[in-house]
Design a protein around this ligand. Structure first.
Ligand code: MN
Length: 411
């Protein structure tokens, strides 16, 4: 059952100070920008498709939360996609970005859609150049240069991605970075397209790229080994200005770095600033969950049902006294618009049961609390859910009076 012990904050709760142990050192960086790709890479999740309304609704929340860039889609894809991207560009304050291959019709469609930023990408790893592009390194480089020039001629902000950068020959990658910088790109996105980076290797790579470009750096990481958010943060530590993330981490295969994980890690663990209104993260997650038809696992960081739930006796008792005991301390449910829950089940202790009974208006003695706790644990051990009505049934069976009844007796 749910016991709501917190209510959502009315104003953003930011940068809670809890400097103990490893949290003492928070000097890696001061700010990080957020590029959301829920509507582009997120939509490329197998079996996910967003309607025009889905895209507009999700973009509206991202925009209101202060997301720096919204990658709204791939304008050349279809008329409906073109219209959605175009309208998002018109109606949001965030920078709207449209994706384009290094192909004229893609770039013209992106320019015509009215987006403020065009994200041009081309494969640079040999495996993709040969078996996906069926081209040569020289052709790839020339198309990239031509495409960046065309975007800049149109007066639009340009982001260039050497796709599969982490599996690209390093000398060729640097050659590409220098060529597109020379062609005038504003941003270089470094994509770990197949999710093979490690935090240490990715850090070195971002640092090296930074030595060969004057463009701002952005990172795009995938979660094939569960390292997407760690790699994105490592990129920021190495000097990248911005990370590409998706809500609930949806995206190709195992997905992208999760919006909620990245933002909260920056705000809470690094004590740095994203400028995002984090109190709407839970609402945003639920919206994307419903529209993408991709259920959020209960143990998902920040937005999963269990992210701020406690069942075991020691943890629940600690949290009732001070939530910092068994929560991060630097991140609270209020900060993300969630509520803390004390779940009743096999591992429940007397403190949680007492709290539930008192909140429900009962006035139990200590032996009555222990009796209800035994019943809760037995029911939980049978793998059954202990709901609010089960708890009240136990309380009535044992004959626990309500506060009013106790007062009537006293009177
Ligand atoms: Mn991707």
């Amino acid at each position: 059952m749910q016991c709501r012990t917190t209510t959502p904050a009315l104003t953003p709760v930011r940068a809670i100070e809890f400097f103990q142990g490893t949290l003492n050192a928070t000097t890696e960086f001061d700010t990080a920008r957020v590029f959301d790709t829920t509507l582009r890479d997120g939509e490329q999740s197998p079996r996910t498709s967003f309607s025009y309304e889905d895209k507009r609704d999700i973009a509206a929340v991202l925009d209101e939360m202060g997301t720096h860039v919204i990658e709204a889609g791939f304008p050349v894809n279809s008329d409906a996609e073109f219209e959605a991207v175009s309208d998002i560009a018109k109606y949001t304050d965030s920078t709207t970005c449209g994706l384009a291959r290094v192909v004229d019709k893609d770039i013209e469609a992106a320019i015509d859609s009215g987006v403020e930023m065009i994200h041009v990408f081309v494969s640079t790893s040999d495996v993709q150049i040969e078996d996906s592009m069926h081209a040569t390194r020289d052709q790839v480089k020339q198309r990239a240069i031509d495409s960046v020039r065309r975007v800049k001629e149109a007066g639009v902000e340009c982001m260039f991605s050497p796709m599969d950068a982490t599996r690209t020959d390093e000398d060729f990658l640097i050659e590409m970075v220098e060529a597109v910088t020379e062609a005038g790109t504003d941003w270089i996105n470094v994509p770990d397209t197949c999710g093979v980076a490690t935090p240490r290797r990715f850090y070195d790579m971002i640092q090296t790229i930074g030595e060969h470009t004057t463009a701002r750096i952005d990172v795009h990481t995938h979660d094939d080994f569960g390292l997407a958010t760690a790699n994105a943060l490592s990129g920021i530590e190495a000097g990248a200005h911005q990370a590409q993330v998706s809500v609930n981490g949806i995206g190709e295969r195992a997905g992208n770095a999760a919006y909620e994980e990245f933002v909260m890690a920056v705000e809470s663990v690094y004590q740095a600033d994203t400028g995002i209104d984090t109190t709407r993260i839970t609402e945003l997650s639920k919206l994307v969950e419903a529209r993408s038809d991709m259920p959020v696992p209960a143990n998902k960081p920040v937005v999963g049902q269990n992210a701020f739930s406690h069942e075991s006796g020691i943890h629940a008792a600690g949290v009732i006294e001070n939530s910092d005991t068994f929560e991060p301390g630097v991140m609270t449910p209020e900060m993300v618009g969630a509520t803390r829950e004390l779940v009743l089940g096999k591992h429940t202790g007397v403190n949680a049961v007492r709290q539930h009974l008192v909140e429900a208006g009962f006035d139990p003695t200590e032996s009555q609390v222990r009796a209800v706790t035994r019943k809760v644990k037995d029911r939980g051990a049978e793998k059954e859910r202990v709901t609010a009505s089960t708890l009240f049934e136990f309380a009535r069976d044992i004959g626990i009076p309500t506060v009013e009844e106790t007062e009537e007796v006293k009177a």
